[in-house]
Design a protein. Structure first.
Length: 110
């Protein structure tokens, strides 16, 4: 009878470091903020420009201003976006330091 080699299963890539519990909690809250398709689309739009006026987001998504504001508040609370007020309007932009850990968690290289 021939012996077969047994391969030890690897649960993670050999070069993948384990996440610290605090980092996992932070990433989970950010991914939770991105669990809505509209918020993902907002982040996608913000990624294409240095900043975007909330009025442009309202027009682009054909949603009411309060609904867009709610989605932006969730993204802001998760630390993914930041805003600057100019007169009546708020201008939103991505926070690169918050987006990079999400990219790395999904396997993107630095």
């Amino acid at each position: 009878m021939k012996d077969l080699a047994v391969i030890t299963p690897i649960c993670c890539g050999p070069d993948t470091p384990t996440l610290a519990p605090e980092a996992a909690v932070d990433l989970a809250s950010q991914f939770k903020a991105l669990s809505d398709p509209t918020r993902v689309a907002i982040v996608n739009r913000l990624a294409a420009a240095p900043e975007v006026c909330v009025c442009d987001l309202t027009d682009a998504f054909e949603l009411s201003q309060p609904t867009i504001s709610h989605h932006l508040r969730v993204l802001r609370d998760a630390g993914l976006v930041d805003a600057t007020r100019r007169g009546t309007w708020a201008y939103y932009r991505l926070v690169p330091e918050a987006i990079q850990p999400l990219r790395l968690a999904l396997g993107a290289s630095e």
